[in-house]
Design a protein around this ligand. Structure first.
Ligand SMILES: Cc1cc2nc3c(=O)[nH]c(=O)nc-3n(C[C@H](O)[C@H](O)[C@H](O)COP(=O)(O)OP(=O)(O)OC[C@H]3O[C@@H](n4cnc5c(N)ncnc54)[C@H](O)[C@@H]3O)c2cc1C
Length: 438
């Protein structure tokens, strides 16, 4: 038995979508030139790029759930150009420039897909705020400013008054605005990309793959009612990559959670007094991510859990406890909107590594993977999936060399129970330290 993805059905982004088109499941024996496992950002980008390389080839993209039900469709909807927190500290400026270039190329690719296919996903080039609440957060902001200067990237300091006018709350003391990031409705973007795949990509959903076998030079992806046979296999399975025996004790499963309100009424919007369509990430990384969506919903994301039994859906009890924490964060920021209820609370799992290194490359003959984006997978999944396809077909490019230079091997985890103890205490410490930003 392997851990199979089974995300909860309470993701607001997904529930807000119109009904999905009829599903096609894996049945019988399917022969393909390339099999791609996982229809998140990484798998979708990989399948698309393979199809661009070989328009006559048969590419089968398979997922255990509907596309957009996994982490890619249930995140906070930031598509970030800047290297993520730990990568920003990297001592080599060239390393950071490569990350920036790769992320920007992903954003350009998503932008072009959204425009070309008219994907209705609140795609907006509105940048992002990094907000501090008190002294501790402000110290992080000062450090962030210093890193931006080093990187030569544009940024703007936003004082308390200006910030309060945008956010509709005076909770934050100040922020730094960086203009390069985009916001989107993640489930709408992922579904839009899945609905507009090239003709020679076949998408099979609700088709869990339970094992991989190699026979006569071909990979067999075995499902309940059928199998896919292909000489080359690309894995966009994030943490679930471990289930097939790869990177087994190197990836760490982490879950984080979000809640959102219903759309504010006109009267509530007037009381809120801020602007629409902005996103704020916490200066202190274990704090709260906050968004006001283009369609008037306030979204709160915080809380991390180490989830060794990843794949199992979150229980109602767990979501209730998380929702209570989210409610506290919401009321601290928007006491005047106390009567506005949350309509959805959801969780999602992704992979991190102890050395914050992303894996990209070949795992064994005919098997390639992009796994472990350390929780910022919208841009990274897109570019790593794209370049994984290049690697699999043997196409060389400057970008492929760049991604190979900035990725590596996630470090080995200590055995249980030390691993669990260590991760849980790291999470608890980070939560306590950033309590003012929660
Ligand atoms: C609440 C939350 C907020 C986040 N906010 C952001 C954000 O604002 N910006 C950002 O960039 N990142 C964010 N992230 C992280 C981001 O969502 C992930 O890093 C990203 O989606 C990973 O993409 P992926 O394609 O690699 O993997 P996934 O999206 O996890 O896709 C893997 C797919 O593989 C499928 N799969 C796995 N095993 C099998 C199997 N055996 N058979 C068939 N299919 C299988 C799964 O069903 C899944 O669809 C957030 C995550 C969460 C949970």
């Amino acid at each position: 038995m392997i851990n199979l993805p089974k995300d909860d059905h309470s993701c607001g982004w997904y529930q807000a979508l119109p009904p999905a088109t009829p599903v096609t499941r894996l049945k019988g024996v399917q022969q393909a030139d390339y099999a791609v496992l996982g229809a998140g950002f990484a798998g979708l980008a990989a399948a698309r790029r393979l199809a661009e390389h070989y328009p006559q080839a048969r590419i089968v993209l398979v997922d255990a759930q509907r596309a957009a039900e996994g982490a890619s469709g249930r995140n906070s909807g930031f598509v970030i150009d800047l290297p993520h927190k730990f990568a920003l500290e990297h001592p080599d400026p060239a390393h950071k420039q490569k990350l920036l270039g790769l992320n920007r190329s992903a954003i350009a690719q998503l932008d072009s897909l959204v425009q070309r296919h008219g994907i209705d996903c609140q795609w907006s080039a509105v940048g992002k705020y990094q907000g501090a609440v008190g002294e501790r957060g402000e110290a992080f902001l000062d450090h962030f400013e210093h890193l931006m200067k080093d990187l030569g990237e544009p940024y703007r300091k936003v004082d308390h008054g200006e910030l309060s006018a945008v956010l509709g709350t005076s909770y934050y003391s100040r922020a730094i605005f960086t203009p390069g990031g985009y916001l989107m409705q993640p489930a709408a973007l992922v579904r839009g990309m899945a609905d507009n795949l090239p003709d020679n990509v076949e998408l099979l959903e609700q088709s869990p793959i339970c094992s991989l076998q190699k026979e006569d030079g071909k990979w067999r992806l075995l499902g309940d009612e059928g199998e896919i046979q292909a000489p080359k296999l690309l894995l966009g399975t994030s943490i679930f990559t471990r289930e097939f025996g790869y990177l087994k004790n190197r990836l760490l499963p982490v879950m984080t959670f979000a809640s959102w309100t219903r759309p504010l009424t006109d009267a509530e919007l007037a009381r809120y007094g801020g602007k629409l369509n902005w996103g704020l990430t916490p200066a202190d990384h274990a704090g709260t991510t906050l968004r006001m969506t283009a369609d008037r919903r306030i979204l709160i994301r915080n809380s991390y859990k180490h989830v060794p039994q990843y794949g199992g859906s979150t229980s109602d009890g767990m979501r209730r406890r998380i929702q209570a924490d989210h409610r506290q964060a919401f009321l601290a920021r928007y006491p005047d909107l106390a009567e506005v209820p949350f309509t959805h609370t959801w969780g999602g799992t992704y992979a991190i590594s102890r050395n914050f290194t992303n894996f990209f490359g070949q795992l064994e003959e005919g098997v390639y993977a992009s796994a472990c984006d350390n929780g910022v997978g919208a841009a990274w999944g897109t570019i790593s999936g794209t370049l994984l396809a290049d690697l699999a077909v043997g196409a060389d490019s400057a970008q492929l060399r760049d991604i190979q230079q900035v990725t590596g091997m996630p470090s080995i985890n200590p055995p249980e129970p030390f691993l669990g103890l260590g991760v849980r205490s790291r999470i608890a410490l980070a939560k306590w330290q950033s309590r003012s930003e929660l």
